[in-house]
Design a protein around this ligand. Structure first.
Ligand code: PLP
Length: 293
Protein backbone atom coordinates (compact mmCIF):
# COMPACT_ATOMS: atom_id res chain seq x y z
CA UNK A 1 0.00 0.00 0.00
CA UNK A 2 1.17 3.52 -0.89
CA UNK A 3 0.37 6.41 1.41
CA UNK A 4 0.80 10.10 0.66
CA UNK A 5 2.60 11.64 3.64
CA UNK A 6 3.16 15.42 3.65
CA UNK A 7 4.89 15.83 0.31
CA UNK A 8 5.43 12.39 -1.24
CA UNK A 9 4.15 8.85 -1.58
CA UNK A 10 5.77 6.30 0.74
CA UNK A 11 5.20 2.63 1.43
CA UNK A 12 2.79 1.82 4.27
CA UNK A 13 5.72 0.72 6.48
CA UNK A 14 7.35 4.15 6.14
CA UNK A 15 4.09 6.04 6.61
CA UNK A 16 4.66 6.89 10.27
CA UNK A 17 3.82 10.02 12.22
CA UNK A 18 5.64 11.43 15.24
CA UNK A 19 4.41 10.71 18.78
CA UNK A 20 4.64 14.51 19.19
CA UNK A 21 2.03 15.06 16.48
CA UNK A 22 -0.84 16.98 18.05
CA UNK A 23 -3.24 14.79 16.10
CA UNK A 24 -1.99 11.92 18.27
CA UNK A 25 -1.58 13.91 21.48
CA UNK A 26 -4.86 15.85 21.37
CA UNK A 27 -7.00 14.67 18.45
CA UNK A 28 -6.20 18.04 16.89
CA UNK A 29 -6.99 17.58 13.21
CA UNK A 30 -9.65 17.12 10.55
CA UNK A 31 -10.46 14.45 8.00
CA UNK A 32 -12.68 13.30 5.17
CA UNK A 33 -13.83 9.90 3.99
CA UNK A 34 -14.34 9.86 0.24
CA UNK A 35 -15.20 7.09 -2.20
CA UNK A 36 -15.08 6.36 -5.90
CA UNK A 37 -17.41 4.48 -8.19
CA UNK A 38 -14.89 3.00 -10.60
CA UNK A 39 -12.47 5.81 -11.47
CA UNK A 40 -14.93 8.62 -10.68
CA UNK A 41 -14.68 10.22 -7.24
CA UNK A 42 -18.10 10.82 -5.71
CA UNK A 43 -18.83 14.46 -4.80
CA UNK A 44 -15.11 15.20 -4.89
CA UNK A 45 -15.32 18.98 -4.72
CA UNK A 46 -17.94 18.92 -1.96
CA UNK A 47 -15.73 16.65 0.18
CA UNK A 48 -12.70 18.86 -0.44
CA UNK A 49 -14.75 21.96 0.38
CA UNK A 50 -15.93 20.40 3.66
CA UNK A 51 -12.32 19.50 4.51
CA UNK A 52 -11.42 23.13 3.93
CA UNK A 53 -14.32 24.33 6.11
CA UNK A 54 -13.36 21.95 8.93
CA UNK A 55 -9.74 23.09 8.74
CA UNK A 56 -10.73 26.77 8.77
CA UNK A 57 -13.00 26.17 11.77
CA UNK A 58 -9.99 25.02 13.80
CA UNK A 59 -7.57 27.57 12.34
CA UNK A 60 -5.56 25.01 10.38
CA UNK A 61 -4.09 26.03 7.03
CA UNK A 62 -4.01 23.09 4.61
CA UNK A 63 -0.50 23.23 3.15
CA UNK A 64 -1.49 21.85 -0.29
CA UNK A 65 -3.24 24.14 -2.78
CA UNK A 66 -6.81 23.19 -3.78
CA UNK A 67 -5.76 22.75 -7.40
CA UNK A 68 -3.43 19.84 -6.52
CA UNK A 69 -5.97 17.71 -4.64
CA UNK A 70 -7.73 16.02 -7.59
CA UNK A 71 -4.41 14.76 -9.01
CA UNK A 72 -3.19 13.64 -5.59
CA UNK A 73 -6.37 11.63 -4.95
CA UNK A 74 -6.08 9.98 -8.36
CA UNK A 75 -2.41 9.22 -7.96
CA UNK A 76 -3.16 7.61 -4.59
CA UNK A 77 -5.86 5.44 -6.18
CA UNK A 78 -3.66 4.51 -9.13
CA UNK A 79 -0.66 3.57 -7.03
CA UNK A 80 -2.87 1.32 -4.91
CA UNK A 81 -4.64 -0.15 -7.95
CA UNK A 82 -8.08 0.92 -6.77
CA UNK A 83 -10.56 3.40 -8.22
CA UNK A 84 -10.66 1.68 -11.60
CA UNK A 85 -13.16 -0.35 -13.59
CA UNK A 86 -12.64 -3.37 -11.31
CA UNK A 87 -12.41 -1.90 -7.80
CA UNK A 88 -14.12 1.09 -6.15
CA UNK A 89 -11.87 3.11 -3.86
CA UNK A 90 -12.16 4.18 -0.24
CA UNK A 91 -10.10 7.33 0.33
CA UNK A 92 -9.23 8.79 3.69
CA UNK A 93 -7.68 12.25 3.93
CA UNK A 94 -6.34 13.36 7.31
CA UNK A 95 -4.76 16.71 8.19
CA UNK A 96 -3.46 17.02 11.71
CA UNK A 97 -1.96 20.02 13.47
CA UNK A 98 1.47 18.42 13.03
CA UNK A 99 4.47 17.76 15.20
CA UNK A 100 5.23 20.14 18.06
CA UNK A 101 6.24 20.40 21.70
CA UNK A 102 3.70 19.15 24.23
CA UNK A 103 1.15 21.87 24.94
CA UNK A 104 -2.18 22.98 23.55
CA UNK A 105 -0.95 26.03 21.62
CA UNK A 106 -1.32 25.22 17.90
CA UNK A 107 1.57 27.63 17.33
CA UNK A 108 3.87 24.91 18.69
CA UNK A 109 3.33 22.99 15.43
CA UNK A 110 4.98 24.69 12.47
CA UNK A 111 3.71 22.30 9.80
CA UNK A 112 0.46 20.30 9.56
CA UNK A 113 0.73 16.59 8.77
CA UNK A 114 -1.09 15.55 5.60
CA UNK A 115 -2.00 11.91 4.94
CA UNK A 116 -3.95 10.39 2.04
CA UNK A 117 -4.76 6.68 2.01
CA UNK A 118 -6.62 4.71 -0.66
CA UNK A 119 -7.78 1.12 -0.42
CA UNK A 120 -10.48 -1.10 -1.80
CA UNK A 121 -13.93 -0.03 -0.67
CA UNK A 122 -15.48 -2.69 1.58
CA UNK A 123 -19.21 -2.53 1.01
CA UNK A 124 -21.68 -3.40 3.74
CA UNK A 125 -23.22 -6.89 3.41
CA UNK A 126 -26.09 -6.73 0.86
CA UNK A 127 -28.43 -8.22 3.50
CA UNK A 128 -28.15 -5.00 5.53
CA UNK A 129 -29.51 -2.90 2.73
CA UNK A 130 -32.05 -5.58 1.72
CA UNK A 131 -33.49 -6.32 5.19
CA UNK A 132 -32.64 -3.17 7.15
CA UNK A 133 -30.55 -2.64 10.28
CA UNK A 134 -31.30 -1.97 13.94
CA UNK A 135 -30.23 0.97 16.12
CA UNK A 136 -29.69 1.61 19.80
CA UNK A 137 -30.55 4.99 21.29
CA UNK A 138 -27.26 5.89 22.97
CA UNK A 139 -26.92 7.27 26.48
CA UNK A 140 -23.99 9.27 25.13
CA UNK A 141 -25.28 12.64 23.87
CA UNK A 142 -24.10 14.29 20.66
CA UNK A 143 -21.55 17.03 21.28
CA UNK A 144 -23.05 20.39 22.14
CA UNK A 145 -22.42 22.54 19.02
CA UNK A 146 -21.12 25.41 21.13
CA UNK A 147 -18.63 23.00 22.75
CA UNK A 148 -17.40 21.08 19.69
CA UNK A 149 -19.45 21.63 16.58
CA UNK A 150 -20.47 18.34 14.91
CA UNK A 151 -20.03 20.23 11.63
CA UNK A 152 -16.27 20.08 12.12
CA UNK A 153 -15.22 16.66 10.83
CA UNK A 154 -12.54 16.34 13.46
CA UNK A 155 -10.10 13.52 14.15
CA UNK A 156 -11.30 13.80 17.74
CA UNK A 157 -14.05 11.21 17.36
CA UNK A 158 -14.50 10.12 20.97
CA UNK A 159 -18.11 11.33 21.14
CA UNK A 160 -18.99 8.97 18.29
CA UNK A 161 -16.75 6.16 19.55
CA UNK A 162 -18.41 6.15 22.98
CA UNK A 163 -21.80 5.87 21.28
CA UNK A 164 -20.47 3.15 18.98
CA UNK A 165 -19.36 1.16 22.03
CA UNK A 166 -22.95 1.23 23.26
CA UNK A 167 -24.28 -0.23 20.02
CA UNK A 168 -21.58 -2.91 19.99
CA UNK A 169 -22.56 -3.86 23.55
CA UNK A 170 -26.23 -3.98 22.50
CA UNK A 171 -25.49 -6.02 19.37
CA UNK A 172 -27.04 -3.46 17.00
CA UNK A 173 -25.76 -1.91 13.79
CA UNK A 174 -25.19 1.53 15.28
CA UNK A 175 -26.22 4.07 17.89
CA UNK A 176 -28.55 6.98 17.40
CA UNK A 177 -27.49 10.02 19.43
CA UNK A 178 -29.79 12.58 21.02
CA UNK A 179 -28.73 16.14 21.73
CA UNK A 180 -28.88 18.20 24.93
CA UNK A 181 -32.63 18.82 24.58
CA UNK A 182 -33.55 15.19 23.68
CA UNK A 183 -33.83 15.88 19.94
CA UNK A 184 -32.73 13.12 17.61
CA UNK A 185 -29.46 14.05 15.83
CA UNK A 186 -27.57 11.42 13.80
CA UNK A 187 -25.76 8.10 14.11
CA UNK A 188 -22.04 7.69 14.68
CA UNK A 189 -21.10 7.96 10.99
CA UNK A 190 -24.35 8.70 9.21
CA UNK A 191 -27.34 11.05 8.98
CA UNK A 192 -30.88 10.01 9.85
CA UNK A 193 -34.10 10.29 7.82
CA UNK A 194 -37.63 9.07 8.43
CA UNK A 195 -40.88 9.09 6.51
CA UNK A 196 -44.10 10.01 8.16
CA UNK A 197 -47.33 11.06 6.42
CA UNK A 198 -45.69 11.00 2.97
CA UNK A 199 -43.09 13.57 4.04
CA UNK A 200 -39.38 12.94 4.38
CA UNK A 201 -38.08 14.27 7.68
CA UNK A 202 -34.50 14.79 8.81
CA UNK A 203 -32.99 16.61 11.81
CA UNK A 204 -32.02 20.21 10.99
CA UNK A 205 -28.35 21.17 11.05
CA UNK A 206 -28.85 23.23 14.21
CA UNK A 207 -29.76 20.06 16.12
CA UNK A 208 -25.99 19.50 16.07
CA UNK A 209 -25.16 17.18 13.17
CA UNK A 210 -22.62 16.88 10.39
CA UNK A 211 -23.90 18.39 7.14
CA UNK A 212 -23.63 15.08 5.31
CA UNK A 213 -22.95 15.21 1.60
CA UNK A 214 -25.20 12.20 0.96
CA UNK A 215 -27.88 13.89 3.10
CA UNK A 216 -27.95 16.86 0.71
CA UNK A 217 -28.18 14.58 -2.32
CA UNK A 218 -30.99 12.52 -0.80
CA UNK A 219 -32.98 15.67 0.00
CA UNK A 220 -32.76 16.76 -3.63
CA UNK A 221 -33.60 13.26 -4.95
CA UNK A 222 -36.66 13.19 -2.69
CA UNK A 223 -37.82 16.49 -4.16
CA UNK A 224 -37.36 15.03 -7.66
CA UNK A 225 -39.59 12.14 -6.51
CA UNK A 226 -42.23 14.65 -5.47
CA UNK A 227 -41.70 13.82 -1.81
CA UNK A 228 -41.84 16.88 0.46
CA UNK A 229 -38.75 17.27 2.67
CA UNK A 230 -38.81 18.78 6.12
CA UNK A 231 -35.77 19.60 8.26
CA UNK A 232 -36.78 20.01 11.87
CA UNK A 233 -36.51 19.04 15.51
CA UNK A 234 -37.71 15.54 16.31
CA UNK A 235 -37.77 13.24 19.29
CA UNK A 236 -37.84 9.48 19.71
CA UNK A 237 -41.65 9.64 19.92
CA UNK A 238 -41.66 10.88 16.29
CA UNK A 239 -39.62 7.88 15.20
CA UNK A 240 -42.07 5.55 16.94
CA UNK A 241 -44.77 6.91 14.62
CA UNK A 242 -42.60 6.74 11.50
CA UNK A 243 -43.56 4.52 8.60
CA UNK A 244 -39.99 4.24 7.30
CA UNK A 245 -36.51 5.20 8.42
CA UNK A 246 -33.04 5.15 6.86
CA UNK A 247 -29.46 6.35 7.27
CA UNK A 248 -27.18 8.01 4.72
CA UNK A 249 -23.47 8.29 4.31
CA UNK A 250 -20.88 8.16 1.56
CA UNK A 251 -20.13 4.45 1.87
CA UNK A 252 -23.53 3.10 3.00
CA UNK A 253 -25.54 5.28 0.58
CA UNK A 254 -29.16 4.73 1.77
CA UNK A 255 -29.43 2.14 4.54
CA UNK A 256 -32.92 1.14 5.74
CA UNK A 257 -33.52 1.05 9.51
CA UNK A 258 -36.20 -1.38 10.66
CA UNK A 259 -35.79 -1.39 14.45
CA UNK A 260 -34.80 1.15 17.12
CA UNK A 261 -34.24 -0.30 20.59
CA UNK A 262 -37.30 -2.51 21.15
CA UNK A 263 -39.67 -0.92 18.62
CA UNK A 264 -40.04 -1.73 14.94
CA UNK A 265 -40.33 0.94 12.27
CA UNK A 266 -43.53 0.53 10.25
CA UNK A 267 -44.09 -3.15 9.58
CA UNK A 268 -40.45 -4.00 10.38
CA UNK A 269 -39.37 -4.14 6.74
CA UNK A 270 -37.67 -1.52 4.52
CA UNK A 271 -40.47 0.65 3.14
CA UNK A 272 -41.48 1.46 -0.44
CA UNK A 273 -40.32 5.10 -0.40
CA UNK A 274 -36.92 4.06 0.94
CA UNK A 275 -36.72 1.57 -1.94
CA UNK A 276 -37.66 4.28 -4.42
CA UNK A 277 -34.99 6.60 -3.11
CA UNK A 278 -32.40 3.79 -3.17
CA UNK A 279 -33.29 3.10 -6.80
CA UNK A 280 -33.17 6.79 -7.74
CA UNK A 281 -29.83 7.17 -5.99
CA UNK A 282 -28.37 4.20 -7.92
CA UNK A 283 -29.77 5.48 -11.21
CA UNK A 284 -28.53 9.06 -10.68
CA UNK A 285 -25.13 8.60 -9.14
CA UNK A 286 -23.10 9.22 -12.30
CA UNK A 287 -24.42 12.81 -12.02
CA UNK A 288 -22.47 13.12 -8.79
CA UNK A 289 -19.14 11.80 -10.04
CA UNK A 290 -16.34 14.11 -11.09
CA UNK A 291 -15.77 14.30 -14.82
CA UNK A 292 -12.99 11.90 -15.80
CA UNK A 293 -10.62 13.34 -18.41
N1 PLP B 1 -22.61 12.08 10.36
C1 PLP B 1 -21.40 11.74 10.83
C2 PLP B 1 -21.12 11.89 12.29
C3 PLP B 1 -20.43 11.23 9.95
O1 PLP B 1 -19.22 10.91 10.43
C4 PLP B 1 -20.74 11.07 8.57
C5 PLP B 1 -19.76 10.56 7.63
O2 PLP B 1 -18.80 9.98 7.93
C6 PLP B 1 -22.02 11.44 8.14
C7 PLP B 1 -22.93 11.95 9.06
C8 PLP B 1 -22.41 11.29 6.69
O3 PLP B 1 -21.70 12.19 5.88
P1 PLP B 1 -21.46 11.96 4.33
O4 PLP B 1 -22.80 11.74 3.70
O5 PLP B 1 -20.83 13.22 3.89
O6 PLP B 1 -20.58 10.76 4.19
Amino acid sequence: MWVFLNDRFVRKEEAVVSVFDHGFLYGDGVYETIRSYGPGIFMRDQHLARLQRSAEAIGLAIPIPCSQWPDLLHECMNRNEVGNDRVDAYLRVTISRGEGEIGLDPGLCPRPTVVIMAKELQSFPPAFSRDGVSLTVAKTRRNLPEALSPQIKATNFLNNILAKRESIAAGTFDSLLLNWRDDVTECTISNLFFISGRTLHTPALDCGILDGITRTIVMSLAQEEGLPVHEGRYQIADLRQAEECFLTNTTMEIMPVTKIDAFSIGNGLPGPLTRRLQARFAASRTRFLEPIS
